[in-house]
Design a protein around this ligand. Structure first.
Ligand code: GLV
Ligand code: MN
Ligand code: MN
Length: 412
């Protein structure tokens, strides 16, 4: 039997409906993890899934599962998915595409009355972005046993709301959701995503066969000083937490010098307390996001930063700690071969590439054969409200995902 064609129109309609949830009015969305907007997006997905008779449930960290049963109840499931949460100024495709492409293939199976041997299960991971709660890819880290549940539940957002409390709000808003994780065993995990970089567009390729994900080391640095009046405290006697932080940022930039321009370093969150123009800052907290494909280089750079923080000899107290060290991963060769073969069979130009962005697939790679399918995005732009992907490319990615997942699930 030939692999069924997905419905590209339904896929785009679903994207349009999701784009309305948390829409900022500037073309993007603000749907940070477990916010009212993220919960509304989950409710929308659950409504679509239940209308097709799929079972919906969530696990202890809120990862949402949608299951289509297979012929063999004992068989391990094929898992696909991504995330519905967004950056504060997020685009309409980062994460959403992988979730809706997974739903699309399940609906296609339903439309055609195709039974697979294995169950096919869709997952929308909790807090992939790490914008509201840190670190990123938290839901999959807990799922894979790489982070203790208690540690995730303790994470707090900038208003002091704990993830545990945000989860309670989700359960209250979605009372029909079954509280357990139905995935007993996983045969394979395949995730579709926009590339978030320029490689496919420049190569004029439609499908990216992802070879793996570069490493990510995330740190939090805090400086503690003393409040005082901006107009009276002599400069010489101040313990200004902002000045200390700026000195550390200079040292961090020095530690991150890379003539090859492979290392990526971002200080994306910088909080000054109390944040008043005429009070000397008493506390600063900032994050450092480091990426490198080489584990050793990543480790050494992070260590140099931690050492620079330890060496600080100014008037403030400095604390630095690691939030996440996710090592570079390589995806399963057989899954990559399947993706490339299905892209070829559909006549889509494809190429292999490594992911610069991080994804929940990196934790799944430790549990089961795992792979990712990329499609181009305009100008390689992502984590931006201007993020764009063409309907033709999204349909192609969803089709290759569908073919790959259905083959893995086994059909007659
Ligand atoms: C995912 O959003 C990442 O930070 O790479
Ligand atoms: Mn993403
Ligand atoms: Mn993202």
């Amino acid at each position: 039997m030939a692999f069924p064609l997905i419905d590209p129109e339904r896929l785009m309609d679903r994207h349009a409906a999701m784009a309305a949830v948390g829409a900022t009015g500037r073309g993007g969305v603000d749907r940070q993890a477990l916010s009212a907007e993220d919960i509304a997006a989950r409710a929308l997905l659950i409504g679509w899934a239940q209308a097709r008779g799929f079972a919906c449930s969530a696990d202890t960290v809120g990862n949402l599962f949608v299951r289509r049963a297979g012929r063999d109840p004992a068989a391990a499931a094929v898992l696909t998915g991504s995330h519905l949460d967004s950056q504060p100024t997020g685009g309409n495709y980062d994460g959403v595409f992988g979730v809706l492409a997974g739903l699309e293939l399940m609906e296609t199976l339903e439309d055609r009355g195709i039974a697979t041997r294995r169950p096919v299960e869709l997952v929308s991971w909790t807090n992939e972005e790490g914008a509201r709660f840190q670190p990123a890819t938290m839901g999959s880290a807990v799922f894979a046993g790489a982070m203790p549940l208690a540690e995730a539940l303790r994470a707090v957002d900038r208003d002091g709301i704990a993830l545990a409390d945000a989860l309670e709000a989700m359960w209250a808003a979605l009372p029909d959701l079954v509280r357990h994780c139905p995935v007993a065993a996983i045969h394979a995990y395949v995730e579709a995503h926009i590339e978030q970089g320029p490689v496919l567009e420049q190569a004029e390729a439609v499908i990216g066969v992802v070879t793996g994900i570069q490493g990510l080391r995330a740190l939090a640095v805090e400086t503690f000083g003393a409040e005082g009046h901006a107009g009276t405290v002599p400069m010489a006697g101040r313990r200004d937490a902002f000045v200390a932080a700026v000195d550390l940022v200079a040292a961090i930039r020095e530690a991150c010098r890379d003539p090859e321009d492979v290392l990526r370093m971002t200080i994306g969150q910088f909080r000054v307390v109390p944040g008043s123009p005429n009070t000397i800052p008493a506390h600063v907290r900032f994050t450092v996001d480091l990426r490198h494909p080489d584990d050793g280089r990543l480790a050494a750079t992070g260590d140099r930063i931690l050492e620079a923080c330890r060496r600080y000899r100014g008037p403030c107290r400095v604390e630095a700690r690691e939030l996440l060290f996710s090592h570079p991963v390589d995806f399963d060769a057989a899954i990559r071969e399947r993706i490339a073969r299905h892209a070829e069979a559909r006549g889509y130009r494809h190429r292999a590439l490594r992911s610069g962005a991080t994804h929940d697939a990196k934790f799944m790679a430790g549990l089961c054969p795992t792979g990712m399918i990329f499609v181009p995005c305009r100008g390689g732009l992502s984590h931006s409200e201007a993020e764009e992907a063409s309907a033709a490319h999204l349909a192609a990615g969803a089709q290759v995902l569908s073919d790959t997942v259905i083959e893995l699930a086994g059909h007659d």
